[in-house]
Unconditional design. Structure first.
Length: 165
């Protein structure tokens, strides 16, 4: 990329309010507070836990495919310190609630109609997942969801939980 083009891209990102750099492995995960199904959900509420933060939308096919897997991961590893948080980005909460009637979630679900949290995490597509360690640092940023990735994602979760293979 030529230097003037790079400057233009960074300037455009600034003007649009987009982060110039995506959330990166090793850095502190941005704090958030969003309404959830049972009250406010804050990242700080999960200090000392491993958090799998999943950005999803009701119109996203791969998001729908990921929910059974996330339910299974929460069931399997919740008692070992895993908290899965599904952060919905639909502009209408009703769309998300309709989705959840058809595709239940046995994990925490938060709603961000304004898109503040996806901007803070520089989310570019759905679904995007961020694995956050007990120290609040980003361990993994992952886009998309395909069946063949489930084993690798579970392996990363197990490593974050310090579980032996």
């Amino acid at each position: 990329m030529q230097f003037p083009l790079l400057q233009a891209v960074v300037a455009l990102a600034f003007l649009l309010g987009l982060p110039a750099v995506a959330v990166e492995v090793g850095q502190a995960a941005p704090e958030f507070e969003m309404p959830g199904r049972a009250g406010p959900i804050r990242l700080s509420d999960f200090k000392g836990k491993t958090v799998y933060l999943d950005f999803w939308a009701s119109w996203c096919g791969p998001c729908k495919q990921s929910f059974p897997w996330m339910n299974e991961m929460q069931s399997r590893y919740g008692a070992k310190g895993l908290r899965i948080v599904g952060l919905n980005v639909d502009q209408k909460t009703e769309d998300a609630k309709s989705f959840l009637k058809e595709t239940p979630a046995s994990f925490d679900v938060a709603f961000d109609q304004a898109g503040k949290t996806p901007r803070a995490y520089a989310v570019k597509g759905m679904p995007t997942s961020v694995l956050i360690g007990p120290d609040g640092k980003v361990l993994l940023v992952h886009s998309g969801f395909r069946g063949e990735q489930q084993v690798e994602l579970e392996h990363k979760i197990r490593l974050a939980l310090n579980l032996k293979e």
